[in-house]
Design a binder for this molecule. Sequence first.
Ligand code: ARG
Length: 458
Amino acid sequence: MLWGGRFTKKTDDEVFAFNESLSFDNRLFHQDIDGSVAHVVMLEKQHIITCEEKDAIVKGLTTIADEVDKGILEFSSEYEDVHSFVEAKLIEKIGDAGKKMHTGRSRNDQVALDMKLYVRDEVVAIDDLVYDLLKVIYRIMDENVETYMPGFTHLQKAQPTTIAHHFGAYFEMFKRDRSRLTDIYKRMNYCPLGSGAMAGTTYPLDREYVASMLGFEGATLNSMDSVSDRDYCIELLSALSTIMMHLSRFSEEIIMWNSNEYRFIELDDAYSTGSSIMPQKKNPDIAELVRGKTGRVYGDLMSMLTTMKGIPLAYNKDMQEDKEVTFDAIDTVKDCIHLFTGMIDTMKFRKDIMAKSAMNGFTNATDAADYLVKKGMPFRDAHGVIGRLVLYCIDNDKCIEDCSIEELKGIDEMFESDIYDAISLKTCVEKRLTKGAPGPDTMREILKLHKAYLDKKN
Ligand code: ARG
Protein backbone atom coordinates (compact mmCIF):
# COMPACT_ATOMS: atom_id res chain seq x y z
CA MET A 1 0.00 0.00 0.00
CA LEU A 2 1.49 3.34 -1.10
CA TRP A 3 -0.83 5.73 0.67
CA GLY A 4 -2.04 4.45 4.06
CA GLY A 5 -0.83 7.40 6.20
CA ARG A 6 -3.89 9.60 6.33
CA PHE A 7 -6.38 6.74 6.64
CA THR A 8 -7.72 5.27 9.83
CA LYS A 9 -9.57 2.35 8.27
CA LYS A 10 -8.60 -0.40 5.90
CA THR A 11 -10.09 -0.20 2.38
CA ASP A 12 -13.29 -2.19 2.02
CA ASP A 13 -12.58 -5.43 0.13
CA GLU A 14 -15.13 -4.75 -2.59
CA VAL A 15 -13.80 -1.22 -2.99
CA PHE A 16 -10.31 -2.60 -3.36
CA ALA A 17 -11.43 -5.08 -5.99
CA PHE A 18 -13.35 -2.39 -7.87
CA ASN A 19 -10.43 0.04 -7.74
CA GLU A 20 -7.53 -2.26 -8.54
CA SER A 21 -5.89 -2.41 -11.94
CA LEU A 22 -3.04 -4.86 -11.39
CA SER A 23 -5.11 -7.64 -12.94
CA PHE A 24 -4.79 -5.88 -16.29
CA ASP A 25 -2.06 -3.24 -16.00
CA ASN A 26 0.52 -5.94 -15.15
CA ARG A 27 0.92 -5.89 -18.92
CA LEU A 28 2.81 -2.61 -18.40
CA PHE A 29 5.31 -4.27 -16.05
CA HIS A 30 8.38 -3.98 -18.28
CA GLN A 31 7.52 -0.43 -19.28
CA ASP A 32 7.17 0.43 -15.59
CA ILE A 33 10.60 -1.02 -14.85
CA ASP A 34 12.22 0.80 -17.81
CA GLY A 35 10.62 4.10 -16.81
CA SER A 36 11.74 3.70 -13.21
CA VAL A 37 15.31 2.88 -14.20
CA ALA A 38 15.46 6.02 -16.39
CA HIS A 39 13.94 8.08 -13.58
CA VAL A 40 16.48 7.01 -10.92
CA VAL A 41 19.44 7.33 -13.28
CA MET A 42 18.33 10.93 -13.82
CA LEU A 43 17.76 11.48 -10.07
CA GLU A 44 21.36 10.49 -9.44
CA LYS A 45 22.71 12.66 -12.28
CA GLN A 46 20.86 15.59 -10.70
CA HIS A 47 22.29 14.71 -7.26
CA ILE A 48 18.83 14.05 -5.84
CA ILE A 49 19.84 10.53 -4.78
CA THR A 50 23.33 9.07 -4.33
CA CYS A 51 25.14 6.81 -6.74
CA GLU A 52 24.88 3.89 -4.27
CA GLU A 53 21.14 4.39 -3.95
CA LYS A 54 20.74 4.52 -7.72
CA ASP A 55 22.80 1.35 -8.15
CA ALA A 56 20.82 -0.47 -5.49
CA ILE A 57 17.50 0.57 -7.06
CA VAL A 58 18.55 -0.36 -10.60
CA LYS A 59 19.86 -3.72 -9.40
CA GLY A 60 16.68 -4.34 -7.41
CA LEU A 61 14.47 -3.46 -10.39
CA THR A 62 16.50 -5.70 -12.69
CA THR A 63 16.17 -8.60 -10.26
CA ILE A 64 12.41 -8.06 -9.95
CA ALA A 65 12.07 -8.03 -13.76
CA ASP A 66 14.09 -11.21 -13.98
CA GLU A 67 12.08 -12.97 -11.29
CA VAL A 68 8.78 -12.02 -12.88
CA ASP A 69 10.02 -13.24 -16.27
CA LYS A 70 11.09 -16.54 -14.75
CA GLY A 71 7.82 -16.94 -12.90
CA ILE A 72 9.52 -16.79 -9.48
CA LEU A 73 7.60 -13.63 -8.62
CA GLU A 74 3.87 -13.38 -9.29
CA PHE A 75 1.51 -10.42 -9.54
CA SER A 76 -0.34 -11.26 -6.36
CA SER A 77 -3.69 -9.61 -5.88
CA GLU A 78 -2.89 -7.61 -2.74
CA TYR A 79 -1.37 -4.80 -4.82
CA GLU A 80 -3.46 -1.99 -6.25
CA ASP A 81 -1.64 -1.61 -9.54
CA VAL A 82 1.59 -2.47 -11.30
CA HIS A 83 3.29 0.65 -9.94
CA SER A 84 2.47 -0.28 -6.33
CA PHE A 85 3.58 -3.83 -6.98
CA VAL A 86 7.00 -2.82 -8.30
CA GLU A 87 7.64 -0.29 -5.55
CA ALA A 88 6.58 -2.66 -2.78
CA LYS A 89 8.74 -5.48 -4.16
CA LEU A 90 11.68 -3.10 -4.49
CA ILE A 91 11.41 -1.95 -0.87
CA GLU A 92 11.07 -5.57 0.22
CA LYS A 93 14.29 -6.39 -1.65
CA ILE A 94 16.59 -3.44 -1.00
CA GLY A 95 15.06 -1.64 1.98
CA ASP A 96 15.30 2.11 2.50
CA ALA A 97 16.95 3.03 -0.80
CA GLY A 98 13.84 1.64 -2.49
CA LYS A 99 11.72 4.23 -0.73
CA LYS A 100 13.54 6.97 -2.68
CA MET A 101 12.59 5.70 -6.15
CA HIS A 102 9.34 7.67 -6.27
CA THR A 103 11.03 11.02 -5.47
CA GLY A 104 9.70 13.72 -7.79
CA ARG A 105 7.25 11.38 -9.44
CA SER A 106 3.54 10.56 -9.25
CA ARG A 107 1.70 7.52 -10.46
CA ASN A 108 -0.06 9.98 -12.75
CA ASP A 109 2.99 10.74 -14.84
CA GLN A 110 4.25 7.21 -14.30
CA VAL A 111 1.17 5.56 -15.79
CA ALA A 112 1.10 8.13 -18.58
CA LEU A 113 4.66 7.13 -19.42
CA ASP A 114 4.07 3.37 -19.15
CA MET A 115 1.05 3.53 -21.39
CA LYS A 116 2.92 5.61 -23.97
CA LEU A 117 5.88 3.23 -23.99
CA TYR A 118 3.52 0.31 -24.46
CA VAL A 119 1.40 1.90 -27.19
CA ARG A 120 4.51 3.11 -29.01
CA ASP A 121 5.88 -0.44 -29.27
CA GLU A 122 2.52 -1.78 -30.36
CA VAL A 123 2.25 0.84 -33.10
CA VAL A 124 5.48 -0.59 -34.51
CA ALA A 125 4.36 -4.19 -34.06
CA ILE A 126 1.06 -3.53 -35.83
CA ASP A 127 2.83 -1.66 -38.59
CA ASP A 128 5.03 -4.74 -39.11
CA LEU A 129 1.96 -6.93 -39.44
CA VAL A 130 0.35 -4.59 -41.97
CA TYR A 131 3.64 -4.60 -43.85
CA ASP A 132 3.58 -8.43 -43.99
CA LEU A 133 0.03 -8.28 -45.26
CA LEU A 134 1.08 -5.82 -47.97
CA LYS A 135 3.84 -8.18 -49.07
CA VAL A 136 1.31 -10.97 -49.60
CA ILE A 137 -1.05 -8.63 -51.46
CA TYR A 138 1.87 -7.55 -53.63
CA ARG A 139 2.76 -11.17 -54.41
CA ILE A 140 -0.81 -11.92 -55.46
CA MET A 141 -0.94 -8.76 -57.58
CA ASP A 142 2.35 -9.53 -59.26
CA GLU A 143 1.19 -13.04 -60.20
CA ASN A 144 -2.17 -11.88 -61.50
CA VAL A 145 -1.65 -8.88 -63.73
CA GLU A 146 -3.55 -10.67 -66.47
CA THR A 147 -5.99 -12.72 -64.44
CA TYR A 148 -9.42 -11.41 -65.39
CA MET A 149 -12.33 -10.98 -63.07
CA PRO A 150 -15.49 -8.90 -63.08
CA GLY A 151 -15.46 -5.56 -61.32
CA PHE A 152 -18.68 -4.58 -59.52
CA THR A 153 -20.62 -1.49 -58.58
CA HIS A 154 -23.81 -1.94 -56.53
CA LEU A 155 -22.80 -5.63 -56.54
CA GLN A 156 -23.83 -5.64 -60.20
CA LYS A 157 -21.23 -6.56 -62.76
CA ALA A 158 -19.74 -3.34 -64.06
CA GLN A 159 -16.55 -3.67 -66.10
CA PRO A 160 -13.89 -6.33 -66.37
CA THR A 161 -10.77 -5.95 -64.30
CA THR A 162 -7.98 -8.13 -62.95
CA ILE A 163 -7.08 -9.67 -59.63
CA ALA A 164 -4.00 -7.42 -59.57
CA HIS A 165 -6.21 -4.36 -59.90
CA HIS A 166 -8.76 -5.50 -57.33
CA PHE A 167 -6.09 -6.39 -54.77
CA GLY A 168 -4.29 -3.18 -55.66
CA ALA A 169 -7.21 -1.28 -54.15
CA TYR A 170 -6.51 -2.97 -50.82
CA PHE A 171 -2.80 -2.29 -51.22
CA GLU A 172 -3.63 1.43 -51.23
CA MET A 173 -5.86 1.11 -48.16
CA PHE A 174 -3.30 -0.72 -46.07
CA LYS A 175 -0.56 1.62 -47.25
CA ARG A 176 -2.64 4.52 -45.89
CA ASP A 177 -3.11 2.57 -42.65
CA ARG A 178 0.65 2.35 -42.28
CA SER A 179 1.07 6.06 -42.83
CA ARG A 180 -1.56 6.74 -40.15
CA LEU A 181 0.44 4.60 -37.71
CA THR A 182 3.62 6.49 -38.59
CA ASP A 183 1.85 9.79 -37.91
CA ILE A 184 0.59 8.57 -34.54
CA TYR A 185 4.06 7.49 -33.52
CA LYS A 186 5.52 10.88 -34.42
CA ARG A 187 2.83 12.86 -32.67
CA MET A 188 2.81 10.84 -29.46
CA ASN A 189 6.55 10.51 -29.05
CA TYR A 190 7.03 13.05 -26.23
CA CYS A 191 7.79 12.00 -22.69
CA PRO A 192 5.36 12.89 -19.87
CA LEU A 193 7.63 11.80 -17.00
CA GLY A 194 8.53 14.66 -14.69
CA SER A 195 5.05 16.13 -14.83
CA GLY A 196 4.37 14.80 -11.33
CA ALA A 197 0.77 14.63 -10.20
CA MET A 198 -0.18 17.61 -12.41
CA ALA A 199 2.03 20.63 -11.64
CA GLY A 200 5.55 19.35 -12.11
CA THR A 201 7.87 19.26 -9.13
CA THR A 202 10.29 21.37 -7.13
CA TYR A 203 13.15 18.89 -7.63
CA PRO A 204 15.59 19.87 -10.37
CA LEU A 205 14.58 17.03 -12.69
CA ASP A 206 16.18 16.80 -16.13
CA ARG A 207 13.15 15.87 -18.17
CA GLU A 208 14.90 16.05 -21.53
CA TYR A 209 17.52 13.60 -20.30
CA VAL A 210 14.86 11.06 -19.27
CA ALA A 211 13.06 11.61 -22.56
CA SER A 212 16.16 10.89 -24.61
CA MET A 213 17.06 7.83 -22.50
CA LEU A 214 13.63 6.40 -23.30
CA GLY A 215 13.83 7.17 -27.02
CA PHE A 216 11.42 10.11 -27.07
CA GLU A 217 11.74 13.11 -29.33
CA GLY A 218 11.62 15.38 -26.27
CA ALA A 219 9.65 16.12 -23.10
CA THR A 220 6.00 17.23 -23.16
CA LEU A 221 5.36 20.94 -22.60
CA ASN A 222 2.45 21.10 -20.17
CA SER A 223 2.33 18.98 -17.04
CA MET A 224 -1.48 19.03 -16.76
CA ASP A 225 -1.90 17.87 -20.33
CA SER A 226 0.87 15.29 -19.88
CA VAL A 227 -0.93 13.40 -17.12
CA SER A 228 -4.35 13.59 -18.72
CA ASP A 229 -3.61 13.14 -22.41
CA ARG A 230 -4.92 9.94 -23.92
CA ASP A 231 -5.25 11.32 -27.46
CA TYR A 232 -2.68 8.84 -28.71
CA CYS A 233 -4.85 5.94 -27.48
CA ILE A 234 -7.84 7.42 -29.26
CA GLU A 235 -5.80 7.98 -32.41
CA LEU A 236 -4.53 4.43 -32.29
CA LEU A 237 -8.03 3.01 -31.73
CA SER A 238 -9.26 5.10 -34.61
CA ALA A 239 -6.46 3.88 -36.90
CA LEU A 240 -7.16 0.32 -35.74
CA SER A 241 -10.86 0.78 -36.47
CA THR A 242 -9.97 1.85 -39.99
CA ILE A 243 -7.69 -1.16 -40.43
CA MET A 244 -10.55 -3.38 -39.27
CA MET A 245 -12.96 -1.64 -41.64
CA HIS A 246 -10.58 -2.47 -44.50
CA LEU A 247 -10.12 -6.06 -43.34
CA SER A 248 -13.86 -6.39 -42.92
CA ARG A 249 -14.64 -5.23 -46.46
CA PHE A 250 -11.97 -7.57 -47.78
CA SER A 251 -13.39 -10.41 -45.65
CA GLU A 252 -16.87 -9.75 -46.97
CA GLU A 253 -15.57 -10.13 -50.53
CA ILE A 254 -13.70 -13.30 -49.66
CA ILE A 255 -16.84 -14.74 -48.07
CA MET A 256 -18.79 -14.00 -51.25
CA TRP A 257 -16.08 -15.25 -53.58
CA ASN A 258 -15.84 -18.43 -51.55
CA SER A 259 -19.60 -19.07 -51.79
CA ASN A 260 -21.14 -21.68 -54.08
CA GLU A 261 -22.67 -18.89 -56.12
CA TYR A 262 -19.35 -17.23 -56.98
CA ARG A 263 -16.75 -19.97 -56.60
CA PHE A 264 -14.01 -17.45 -57.43
CA ILE A 265 -11.68 -18.74 -54.74
CA GLU A 266 -11.02 -21.79 -52.64
CA LEU A 267 -9.88 -21.18 -49.09
CA ASP A 268 -7.23 -23.52 -47.77
CA ASP A 269 -8.50 -26.30 -45.51
CA ALA A 270 -6.21 -25.05 -42.76
CA TYR A 271 -8.07 -21.73 -42.77
CA SER A 272 -11.60 -23.14 -42.96
CA THR A 273 -13.95 -24.92 -40.62
CA GLY A 274 -16.71 -27.51 -40.95
CA SER A 275 -20.28 -27.97 -39.80
CA SER A 276 -21.34 -30.34 -37.05
CA ILE A 277 -24.38 -31.46 -39.04
CA MET A 278 -23.78 -30.74 -42.74
CA PRO A 279 -20.90 -32.88 -43.96
CA GLN A 280 -20.45 -30.95 -47.20
CA LYS A 281 -19.68 -27.64 -45.47
CA LYS A 282 -16.43 -25.73 -45.57
CA ASN A 283 -17.01 -22.40 -43.94
CA PRO A 284 -15.00 -19.16 -44.14
CA ASP A 285 -15.09 -18.66 -40.36
CA ILE A 286 -11.84 -16.71 -40.19
CA ALA A 287 -13.10 -14.08 -42.63
CA GLU A 288 -16.43 -13.95 -40.79
CA LEU A 289 -14.73 -13.53 -37.44
CA VAL A 290 -12.53 -10.74 -38.75
CA ARG A 291 -15.67 -9.05 -40.06
CA GLY A 292 -17.37 -9.64 -36.72
CA LYS A 293 -14.51 -8.43 -34.57
CA THR A 294 -14.58 -5.12 -36.40
CA GLY A 295 -17.58 -4.19 -34.27
CA ARG A 296 -15.65 -4.95 -31.15
CA VAL A 297 -12.75 -2.67 -32.12
CA TYR A 298 -15.18 0.14 -33.03
CA GLY A 299 -16.69 -0.43 -29.58
CA ASP A 300 -13.27 0.03 -27.96
CA LEU A 301 -12.88 3.34 -29.77
CA MET A 302 -16.35 4.54 -28.74
CA SER A 303 -15.71 3.46 -25.17
CA MET A 304 -12.45 5.39 -25.00
CA LEU A 305 -13.91 8.53 -26.57
CA THR A 306 -16.83 8.41 -24.16
CA THR A 307 -14.62 7.84 -21.14
CA MET A 308 -12.56 10.92 -21.96
CA LYS A 309 -15.33 13.31 -22.92
CA GLY A 310 -16.33 14.64 -19.52
CA ILE A 311 -13.08 14.51 -17.58
CA PRO A 312 -11.92 17.81 -16.10
CA LEU A 313 -8.17 18.42 -15.94
CA ALA A 314 -6.03 16.79 -14.87
CA TYR A 315 -5.78 13.08 -13.95
CA ASN A 316 -8.98 11.38 -12.87
CA LYS A 317 -9.44 7.72 -12.11
CA ASP A 318 -11.77 7.36 -15.09
CA MET A 319 -8.61 7.19 -17.12
CA GLN A 320 -7.71 3.81 -15.70
CA GLU A 321 -10.40 2.61 -18.12
CA ASP A 322 -8.06 3.40 -21.03
CA LYS A 323 -6.20 0.15 -20.59
CA GLU A 324 -8.56 -2.73 -21.14
CA VAL A 325 -10.09 -1.25 -24.28
CA THR A 326 -6.74 -0.28 -25.76
CA PHE A 327 -5.26 -3.70 -24.96
CA ASP A 328 -8.33 -5.45 -26.33
CA ALA A 329 -8.22 -3.55 -29.60
CA ILE A 330 -4.49 -4.11 -30.02
CA ASP A 331 -4.77 -7.86 -29.36
CA THR A 332 -7.79 -8.23 -31.59
CA VAL A 333 -6.33 -6.31 -34.51
CA LYS A 334 -2.98 -8.11 -34.32
CA ASP A 335 -4.70 -11.51 -34.42
CA CYS A 336 -6.97 -10.42 -37.24
CA ILE A 337 -4.20 -9.04 -39.47
CA HIS A 338 -2.02 -12.07 -38.86
CA LEU A 339 -4.71 -14.65 -39.57
CA PHE A 340 -6.13 -12.73 -42.48
CA THR A 341 -2.65 -12.61 -44.04
CA GLY A 342 -2.28 -16.38 -43.72
CA MET A 343 -5.75 -16.90 -45.14
CA ILE A 344 -5.18 -14.90 -48.32
CA ASP A 345 -1.64 -16.21 -48.69
CA THR A 346 -2.96 -19.77 -48.93
CA MET A 347 -6.19 -19.30 -50.86
CA LYS A 348 -6.44 -20.44 -54.48
CA PHE A 349 -8.10 -18.53 -57.30
CA ARG A 350 -10.39 -20.32 -59.73
CA LYS A 351 -9.15 -18.27 -62.62
CA ASP A 352 -11.32 -19.96 -65.25
CA ILE A 353 -14.51 -19.23 -63.32
CA MET A 354 -13.43 -15.65 -62.67
CA ALA A 355 -12.66 -15.03 -66.35
CA LYS A 356 -15.97 -16.60 -67.44
CA SER A 357 -17.82 -14.44 -64.97
CA ALA A 358 -15.97 -11.37 -66.24
CA MET A 359 -17.28 -12.13 -69.72
CA ASN A 360 -20.98 -12.20 -68.98
CA GLY A 361 -23.21 -9.64 -67.36
CA PHE A 362 -22.49 -7.16 -70.18
CA THR A 363 -19.22 -6.02 -68.60
CA ASN A 364 -18.15 -4.95 -72.10
CA ALA A 365 -21.15 -2.65 -72.69
CA THR A 366 -19.12 0.50 -71.94
CA ASP A 367 -16.47 -0.64 -74.40
CA ALA A 368 -19.16 -1.31 -77.02
CA ALA A 369 -20.38 2.27 -76.58
CA ASP A 370 -16.80 3.55 -76.77
CA TYR A 371 -16.43 1.59 -80.02
CA LEU A 372 -19.27 3.59 -81.58
CA VAL A 373 -17.77 6.82 -80.22
CA LYS A 374 -14.49 6.00 -81.94
CA LYS A 375 -16.51 5.58 -85.17
CA GLY A 376 -17.83 9.12 -84.70
CA MET A 377 -21.04 8.78 -82.71
CA PRO A 378 -21.50 11.17 -79.71
CA PHE A 379 -21.17 9.24 -76.44
CA ARG A 380 -24.72 9.92 -75.23
CA ASP A 381 -26.16 8.49 -78.48
CA ALA A 382 -23.82 5.51 -78.28
CA HIS A 383 -24.98 4.89 -74.69
CA GLY A 384 -28.57 4.75 -75.99
CA VAL A 385 -27.73 2.38 -78.84
CA ILE A 386 -25.88 -0.05 -76.57
CA GLY A 387 -28.70 0.17 -74.05
CA ARG A 388 -31.09 -1.06 -76.75
CA LEU A 389 -28.58 -3.73 -77.79
CA VAL A 390 -28.35 -4.98 -74.18
CA LEU A 391 -32.14 -5.15 -74.01
CA TYR A 392 -32.16 -7.15 -77.25
CA CYS A 393 -29.53 -9.52 -75.81
CA ILE A 394 -31.46 -10.00 -72.56
CA ASP A 395 -34.63 -10.83 -74.55
CA ASN A 396 -32.67 -13.31 -76.64
CA ASP A 397 -30.57 -14.66 -73.78
CA LYS A 398 -27.17 -13.90 -75.29
CA CYS A 399 -24.07 -11.76 -74.81
CA ILE A 400 -23.16 -8.84 -77.10
CA GLU A 401 -20.35 -10.82 -78.68
CA ASP A 402 -22.77 -13.69 -79.48
CA CYS A 403 -24.78 -11.45 -81.81
CA SER A 404 -24.13 -11.82 -85.53
CA ILE A 405 -23.05 -8.77 -87.47
CA GLU A 406 -26.52 -8.72 -89.07
CA GLU A 407 -28.16 -8.57 -85.66
CA LEU A 408 -25.81 -5.77 -84.64
CA LYS A 409 -26.43 -3.81 -87.81
CA GLY A 410 -30.12 -4.26 -87.12
CA ILE A 411 -29.58 -2.20 -83.98
CA ASP A 412 -27.26 0.33 -85.64
CA GLU A 413 -25.65 0.51 -89.07
CA MET A 414 -22.33 1.69 -87.64
CA PHE A 415 -21.31 -1.73 -86.33
CA GLU A 416 -18.62 -3.48 -88.39
CA SER A 417 -16.86 -6.78 -87.93
CA ASP A 418 -14.04 -5.16 -85.88
CA ILE A 419 -16.55 -4.81 -83.03
CA TYR A 420 -15.79 -8.34 -81.80
CA ASP A 421 -12.16 -7.59 -81.19
CA ALA A 422 -12.99 -4.20 -79.66
CA ILE A 423 -15.18 -5.76 -76.97
CA SER A 424 -13.22 -8.92 -76.21
CA LEU A 425 -12.33 -9.40 -72.56
CA LYS A 426 -8.65 -9.01 -73.34
CA THR A 427 -9.15 -5.71 -75.18
CA CYS A 428 -11.49 -4.36 -72.50
CA VAL A 429 -8.76 -4.80 -69.87
CA GLU A 430 -5.67 -4.22 -71.98
CA LYS A 431 -6.78 -0.87 -73.31
CA ARG A 432 -7.51 0.61 -69.91
CA LEU A 433 -4.24 2.38 -69.48
CA THR A 434 -5.05 5.50 -67.53
CA LYS A 435 -3.03 5.77 -64.35
CA GLY A 436 -4.64 3.56 -61.70
CA ALA A 437 -6.54 1.44 -64.26
CA PRO A 438 -6.21 -2.35 -64.67
CA GLY A 439 -4.39 -2.36 -68.06
CA PRO A 440 -1.36 -4.64 -67.63
CA ASP A 441 1.16 -2.05 -68.82
CA THR A 442 -0.16 0.50 -66.34
CA MET A 443 -0.38 -2.13 -63.62
CA ARG A 444 3.26 -3.13 -64.08
CA GLU A 445 4.28 0.49 -63.56
CA ILE A 446 2.26 0.62 -60.36
CA LEU A 447 3.81 -2.64 -59.21
CA LYS A 448 7.26 -1.11 -59.63
CA LEU A 449 6.22 1.69 -57.27
CA HIS A 450 4.85 -0.84 -54.79
CA LYS A 451 8.06 -2.84 -54.95
CA ALA A 452 10.13 0.26 -54.21
CA TYR A 453 7.77 1.08 -51.34
CA LEU A 454 8.11 -2.42 -49.85
CA ASP A 455 11.89 -2.45 -50.31
CA LYS A 456 12.16 0.74 -48.30
CA LYS A 457 9.87 -0.57 -45.54
CA ASN A 458 9.90 2.58 -43.37
N1 ARG B 1 -3.90 2.51 -11.91
C1 ARG B 1 -3.94 3.89 -12.23
C2 ARG B 1 -4.33 4.08 -13.70
O1 ARG B 1 -4.29 3.15 -14.38
C3 ARG B 1 -2.59 4.51 -11.99
C4 ARG B 1 -2.63 5.97 -11.67
C5 ARG B 1 -3.21 6.16 -10.34
N2 ARG B 1 -3.13 7.49 -9.88
C6 ARG B 1 -3.88 7.92 -8.87
N3 ARG B 1 -3.70 9.10 -8.47
N4 ARG B 1 -4.82 7.19 -8.35
O2 ARG B 1 -4.71 5.12 -14.12
